[in-house]
Design a protein around this ligand. Structure first.
Ligand SMILES: Nc1ncnc2c1ncn2[C@@H]1O[C@H](COP(=O)(O)OP(=O)(O)OP(=O)(O)O)[C@@H](O)[C@H]1O
Ligand SMILES: [Mg+2]
Length: 377
């Protein structure tokens, strides 16, 4: 099996490091805190949540639920996905918990039936069955509050709720979450812009309601060790310098490194030796493979956004994007059009930023795309 797992659940032996973060999250949950887990895109939030849920301390004491709301655009859909996830988790377990869940979700009673043979309750939930999402959510939370075991609910891509057209979504969720003792939440997402506003503005309902954890890169030594060890097990040689070179090229961004080593591993055989040229060649093939879709993304952007994206890709670090100097250096139109372009690009998650010494440093979210832009523009 390829040790650089790109999709699905990562088996424990192929999960790299994150020991400190795992400990911090578990301890916080045990101390009844909610967590706000943020990072740049593809750094490893989702996998970390899964990993936490697999740990003995969590598995034995809690019921855990994970829902990704990236694709949702209303409270109705959120209630639908959350309800489905809880049902899915409960089905293989004790019948008592499932019955309590079905009895609590009265607003969805139309979607329930009894199995004619076994007499067991069944649910056939369609999105359209959720006519009163606020009521359904209240029932879901009420179920979680009354469940036998304490519950942990992870809501991934949580920034999405700020895009729902429903009124007062944040206040509504916050009211429920605040009053729950038996259930704790992990809110995760990469849209720092929105999540920070949600959780750190005094005037917002979620203000101070979760302990923030910003996930950085996996430590270089640990990642390099992981690479060398796993290639070594397959009889393939790679120097820590070579693995370290790749780490630096992608500034430690987990997915991009993993993708490169996944590809290298898949076409290498016992006795091979990996050098820097193999790394460079692999990166080139990945960029070539994606070049059509990158080109398409660029073609669909208005000129000001296109120019801004290319400018950010080239300037490292890219700071003060609306300053006169940045605008001039990159032949942009004006500060005000630069500002509009940045807002749009952040909103589409094409751009992202980190804060270093109180200053925002911007970068292209997709690191392969960033590299492609540097080469093509
Ligand atoms: N600790 C880890 N050990 C091994 N591989 C990892 C680890 N963390 C992340 N990865 C790799 O990086 C990929 C991206 O991780 P993940 O999906 O968790 O990131 P994310 O921060 O949730 O991304 P997004 O912002 O796109 O949702 C994984 O599919 C996996 O290949
Ligand atoms: Mg994720």
């Amino acid at each position: 099996m390829n040790p650089f797992v790109l999709t699905g659940i990562i088996p424990d032996e192929f999960f790299c490091d994150r020991q400190r973060e795992t400990e911090v999250i578990i301890t916080s949950l045990e101390n009844q805190s909610n967590i706000l887990l943020t990072s740049s895109r593809r750094m490893g939030k989702t996998q970390l949540i899964r990993h936490v849920f697999e740990q003995k301390r969590i598995k034995e004491r809690y019921c855990t639920f994970y829902t990704d709301i990236y694709a949702t655009s209303s409270l109705q859909e959120m209630a639908y996905f959350l309800g489905k996830e809880i049902y899915r988790q409960l089905v293989p377990g004790e019948k008592k918990a499932l019955k309590l869940f079905l009895n609590t979700l009265r607003s969805l009673s139309a979607a329930f039936s009894l199995d004619p043979v076994s007499g067991e309750p069944r649910i056939n939930l369609q999105l359209g069955d959720i006519n009163a999402p606020e009521m359904t959510l209240e029932e879901i939370f009420s179920y979680l509050e009354n469940a036998d075991k304490p519950c942990i609910v992870a809501i991934d891509e949580f920034q999405q709720i700020s895009r729902y057209p429903d009124k007062n979504v944040e206040a509504l969720l916050r009211t429920h979450i605040q009053t729950m003792n038996n259930c704790h939440f992990i809110f995760a997402g990469s849209d720092r812009h929105i999540l920070e506003q949600m959780f750190s503005s005094y005037s917002k309902p979620f203000y101070n309601s979760a302990q923030p954890l910003r996930l950085g890169c996996i430590d270089k030594d640990k990642y390099v060790d992981f690479v060398v060890k796993n290639f070594d097990k397959a009889g393939i040689a790679i120097d820590s310098d070579v693995a370290g070179f790749c780490y630096d090229e992608f500034e430690g961004y987990t997915y991009y490194l993993h993708r490169i080593f996944h590809d290298i591993f898949s076409f290498s055989k016992e006795g091979d030796s990996i050098d820097k040229n193999v790394i460079k060649h692999t990166i080139d093939s990945i960029l070539e493979e994606n070049s059509h879709s990158y080109g398409k993304t660029m073609a669909e952007l208005p000129m000001a956004q296109k120019q801004m994206l290319a400018a950010v890709a080239k300037e490292r670090p890219a700071k003060n994007l609306t300053s006169g100097a940045f605008v001039k250096r990159n032949s942009l139109q004006s500060s005000s059009s630069a500002q509009k372009a940045v807002i749009k690009l952040l909103d589409q998650q094409l751009l992202t930023y980190d804060v270093t010494n109180g200053e925002k440093e911007y970068s292209v979210s997709d690191k392969f795309f960033e590299r492609w832009l540097r080469e093509v523009y």
